[in-house]
Design a protein around this ligand. Structure first.
Ligand code: C2E
Ligand code: MG
Ligand code: MG
Ligand code: MG
Length: 273
């Protein structure tokens, strides 16, 4: 079979693994054990409001602090977590953790939590979010959920669920904007409050007129819809300057700060934003 077979039990990290894989139960068991044994950790990456030059919020990003392998990034285990359905439990754990930690922070910053499309189809998600807000004492307007464009979020059920979540005052961000297949129709059907412009457009913004024009158009589109735009993956000062000139509301990326185990007050490039 695969070359990983000789190196121990970590079949879970094989890309392209599917439901049909015979190791499916091993994966699920391993992920569940990790959750029970507190091996997951939430890291936070600052989101900086351009112009104000302050941190407006943080994105919660899960990491697996594996006893033998150290920190494992989400791209290595989210696909397996989605295939097994374990992602629903993991996302809720992250959400609760993020709300609890943000509630203890005495300011107006927000926390953004990624929710897999699979979890958006669970009818009790709005109730879970409401209960979590009550339990942690975080006000709804300090929470935002991030969803990505997939065919699963355009269904009627998902729209109903997202509408209920938005009605509580929780923000809804469309993540990786521009890389999906139905971006614009989502803006009609879903109660979106923010667009997160994918890193792909930002990485090319200084070199490519096409990328710059996509940024400018997205900013203008968002303005017309009265929603915000956050640029993802900002790594260079030159990109930040172009984004500021384009009228982009906020930025996130290694230039401003990497994901860290706690909320960081300082960020790189603070003098720049
Ligand atoms: P995302 O939601 O688009 O998160 C942004 C990703 O870009 C993060 O990767 C972040 O570390 C990375 N990033 C931030 N700034 C820069 C930059 O300047 N340059 C580059 N090259 N990368 C940057 P990460 O943490 O590895 O997460 C990858 C993806 O995994 C996330 O993409 C998200 O889709 C998913 N993910 C992470 N945590 C969760 C979670 O708790 N639940 C679910 N369902 N998905 C999650
Ligand atoms: Mg995200
Ligand atoms: Mg993204
Ligand atoms: Mg992404």
């Amino acid at each position: 079979t695969s070359k990983g077979a000789g190196r121990g039990c970590f079949h879970i990290f094989e890309p392209g693994m599917t439901m049909e894989t015979s190791h499916r139960s091993t994966i699920e068991l391993e992920l569940m054990t990790a959750l029970n044994e507190d091996q997951f950790e939430v890291h936070y990456q600052p989101i900086v409001a351009i112009g104000e030059g302050r941190i407006s919020g943080y994105e919660a990003l899960v990491r697996w602090n594996h006893p033998k392998r150290g920190f494992i990034t989400p791209d290595k285990f989210i696909p397996a977590a989605e295939e097994t359905g374990f992602i629903v439990e993991l996302d809720r754990w992250v959400l609760k953790q993020a709300c609890r930690q943000m509630a203890g922070k005495d300011d107006r910053t927000t926390v953004s939590v990624n929710i897999s499309a699979i979890g958006l189809l669970r009818q009790d998600l709005p109730d879970f979010i409401r209960a979590t807000l009550n339990e942690t004492g975080l006000s709804a307007d300090r929470l935002e959920i991030e969803i990505t464009e997939t065919n699963k979020v355009e269904g009627k059920e998902a729209i109903t669920i997202l509408t209920a979540i938005r009605a509580m005052g929780v923000g809804i961000a469309l993540d990786d904007f521009g890389t999906g297949f139905a971006s614009l129709s989502y803006l009609i059907d879903l109660p979106v409050t923010r667009i997160k412009l994918d890193r792909r457009f930002i990485s090319g913004v200084a070199e490519s007129t096409r990328c710059l024009n996509i940024v400018l158009s997205t900013v203008s589109l968002a303005r017309g819809l009265d929603i915000s735009v956050t640029a993802e993956g900002v790594e260079y000062k030159e990109q930040l300057d172009l984004l500021r000139a384009a009228g982009c509301g906020s930025v996130q990326g290694y230039l401003l700060g990497r994901p860290q185990a706690s909320f960081t007050e300082q960020y790189l490039g603070s003098s720049a934003a």
